[in-house]
Design a protein around this ligand. Structure first.
Ligand code: FMN
Length: 381
């Protein structure tokens, strides 16, 4: 019986929301840990407040970019190598000068308290347990000092440039004092225009605290390279630009001496119609030309997607929603189960593809799909 077998009673229990009552339910069976992320999302939708679920799940306007982020990974095929002797695959990669145990980074996402009381601390503990890296959102519901105290966590901090310059700077200084190893400057939210496809009525943030800004902290409009370069020159830690999609911007980031870029469209939440990140990645990698580390996020739902991203030249991938569904279903344990599964899949798929070491994935093991990619496209009529 597999996780996809609709008769699996554990899957049925998960879908009925049993995990909320029993935080370890997600870990109860290996089969559950293999359930597709879409199944976990469906289960999470049953245990979350509808407005909170809508906040996590939706994208901008018609959600074209949101949808295509996932489908775009289907536009690539893995072309495995044989007889390579690959064994005990090493997942270690150097990120910003430190070797981390695996390249699946938990990306920044706001307001984890809407998902589960474990909130950002739960995710942080899950990430630390697996020797990984987490980017804490500036719009988190847990203070950077608290998350920074979690042992064995490689913690980076995401920055939204606020209209109030001194507030931005003091928040950056707090994060640096809390020991974050890098700053991630989000450059794809140029205004507060609400492009979200969420049902009208907003969502309820009563009882939620925002330790880094008031919750309606106004975004600095008209952000430019000069502002980003000043931050880079003044903070003493590596700065990563998140939200790059155009190769000329990747090149400029390298020229300007930024440490890394995240090829990202913000999970389809800002500009609908923006290019899916799996499509944007190769041009950005080529433009970066090895002078700046390249990461990618958006629609990573399997370890195999991460392997494709690395073969396309990314150093690491970021994931957001999958871990949020795990958090919603089982707190810290649920988040860990989802993250551990992605890491395990990456190891297994790398071995199947004949890759022994993620530091040197041959770009030749991924090729563009040149025929219909979905079974339905070929289904007899
Ligand atoms: C609920 C939610 C909140 C987010 N909040 C932030 C944020 O505060 N800062 C940020 O830079 N990106 C934010 N993002 C974007 C993610 O970091 C990331 O770019 C994207 O969601 C990755 O795609 P995935 O959700 O398909 O993994 C958020 C995404 C989601 C789903």
């Amino acid at each position: 019986m597999t996780a996809r077998d609709p008769g699996d009673p554990r899957l049925a229990a998960l879908e009925a929301g049993a995990a909320l009552e029993d935080p370890t339910a997600l870990e109860a069976g290996a089969a559950l840990a293999d359930a597709p992320i879409a199944t976990l999302e469906a289960a999470a939708a049953r245990v979350m407040r509808p407005d909170a679920h809508a906040y996590y799940a939706t994208g901008a306007r018609d959600e074209r970019t949101l949808r295509e982020n996932e489908h775009a990974w289907d536009a690539w095929w893995l072309r495995p190598r044989r007889l390579t002797g690959a064994l005990d695959v090493s997942l270690e990669v150097p990120l910003l000068g430190r070797v981390v145990r695996h390249p699946i980074v938990v990306g920044p996402s706001a307001m984890h308290a809407l998902a589960h009381p474990d909130a950002e601390l739960g995710i942080a503990r899950a990430v630390a347990a697996l020797g990984g890296t987490m980017v804490l959102s500036m719009s988190s519901t847990t203070a950077v000092e608290e998350v920074g105290a979690v042992p064995d966590l490689d913690l980076w901090f995401q920055v939204y440039p606020l209209a109030d310059e001194s507030h931005t700077r003091s928040t950056v200084d707090r994060a640096l004092a809390a020991g974050v190893r890098a700053l991630v400057l989000t450059v794809d939210v140029p205004s507060e225009a609400d492009t979200s496809a969420r049902p009208p009525g907003g969502f309820d943030t009563r009882g939620i605290r925002f330790p880094h800004h008031s919750g309606d902290g106004h975004i600095r409009r008209g952000l430019d390279w000069a502002w980003a370069e000043r931050l880079n020159a003044s903070c003493g830690v590596p700065v990563v630009l998140k939200g790059i999609l155009h190769p000329d911007d990747a090149r400029r980031a390298a020229d300007a001496g930024f440490a890394a870029i995240v090829v990202s469209n913000h999970g389809g939440r800002t500009l609908d119609g923006a290019i899916p990140s799996a499509v944007a990645l190769p041009d950005c990698v080529a433009a970066a030309d090895g002078r700046v580390e390249v990461y990618v996020d958006g629609g990573i739902r399997r370890g195999g997607h991460a392997l494709m991203a690395l073969a396309l030249g990314a150093r690491a991938v970021l994931v957001a929603r999958p871990v949020l569904w795990g958090l919603a279903l089982g707190g810290a344990a649920g988040a860990r189960t989802v993250l551990a599964r992605l890491v395990r899949e990456l190891r297994e798929d790398a071995e199947h593809a004949g890759v022994a070491d993620l530091r040197s994935v041959d770009g030749d093991i991924v090729v563009p799909a040149r025929w219909p990619t979905r079974a339905t496209d070929r289904a007899p009529r």
